[in-house]
Design a protein around this ligand. Structure first.
Ligand SMILES: C[S@@+](CC[C@H](N)C(=O)[O-])C[C@H]1O[C@@H](n2cnc3c(N)ncnc32)[C@H](O)[C@@H]1O
Length: 279
């Protein structure tokens, strides 16, 4: 079994601490009034975003440089990935995005935002209607409409496999812990196979929010177990915001009640797991 290193990224020591603190102070009354539900908090018509969304943005910034000049596979890319054309161009990234559902529209460049949104809504339907499985968006970006693991990736390999809040959704209908672990092990084996020697898997996911029971219930031993098969050189589990020192816990009241009723878990704080695995 690959040895797992665990690292705590406490809020007080995070580069984004002052920013998060400022937001908390600014919206303090609203957060209390909305019973901790950050999704209801808007600033000038724009969602302020949840605390773990800010963690994901900080993680991306801190790992941005490793994307440079790489062949990248983004699993569960959706249609609004931060790995957009400009990013790929600037970082010389050769990009493949795979997602069974949402994918970006083909006429995306220089469109007004509302058309861009319409495209992203319409695109999956068009792809499905014409049974289009793959398409090239531009010189840098290539997309596959399929769930991972996928035969469409046969014969390819990558320097970097990235996923932002997707892994927890992969087997979300599977309710058995053992079968979930087996399914995730197969998926991780495939990630290992697709990576070049020296390649990196970089994946973040929320703990205690949604998706497969492993992630929903924070079954950390089982999640570590999915790395059992590959001969990974190093696997690091980064715990972001698990220690929220100096900030408020992220725990909407409705979610706390749901977790208590559904799983008998006394939920105190939602946090973000970032997995960095080196082949
Ligand atoms: C919460 S969204 C995140 C999208 C994107 N990464 C982002 O941050 O905007 C999760 C995405 O994972 C995709 N997904 C779910 N199961 C998947 C699978 N087995 N393979 C690839 N993508 C999957 C969903 O279709 C969805 O687009």
């Amino acid at each position: 079994m690959s040895r797992i290193e665990r690292k705590e990224y406490s809020c007080e020591k995070c580069v984004s601490y002052d920013f998060c603190k400022h937001i908390e102070e600014r919206f303090h009354n609203q957060i209390i009034a909305d019973k901790g539900n950050w999704r209801e908090i808007y600033d000038n018509g724009q969602r302020v975003g949840t605390p773990i969304r800010r963690c994901a943005q900080t993680i991306f910034k801190s790992y941005e440089s490793i994307f440079f000049n790489k062949q990248v596979l983004e699993i569960g890319c959706g249609c609004l990935s931060e790995l957009d054309k400009q990013f790929c161009q600037e970082h010389k990234v050769n990009y493949v995005g795979i997602d069974p559902g949402r994918l970006p529209g083909v006429f995306i460049d220089n469109e007004p935002v509302f058309l861009w949104r319409v495209q992203n809504k319409v695109m999956p339907r068009i792809l499905k209607l014409f049974n289009v499985k793959k398409y090239r968006l531009n010189k840098y970006q290539y997309y596959i409409r399929d769930a991972f693991p996928s035969e469409e990736l046969e014969g390819r390999n990558f320097d970097l496999i990235y996923g932002n809040s997707t892994i927890e959704h992969w087997h979300e209908k599977e309710s058995s812990l053992e079968l979930s672990v087996e399914a995730y092990k197969r998926a991780m084996d495939e990630c290992y196979r697709l990576l070049k020697q020296g390649g990196i898997l970089l994946m973040n996911c929320p703990i205690y929010v949604h998706g497969n029971i492993l992630f929903m219930r924070g079954e950390m031993d089982a999640i570590e177990g999915i790395f059992e098969n590959g001969n990974w050189r190093k696997v690091t589990f980064e715990y972001w915001r698990r220690n929220y020192s100096g900030l408020m816990p992220y725990c909407p009241q409705a979610r706390k009640e749901y977790f208590n009723n559904e799983f008998g878990i006394d939920l105190e704080n939602i946090w973000l797991l970032n997995i960095v695995a080196k082949k």
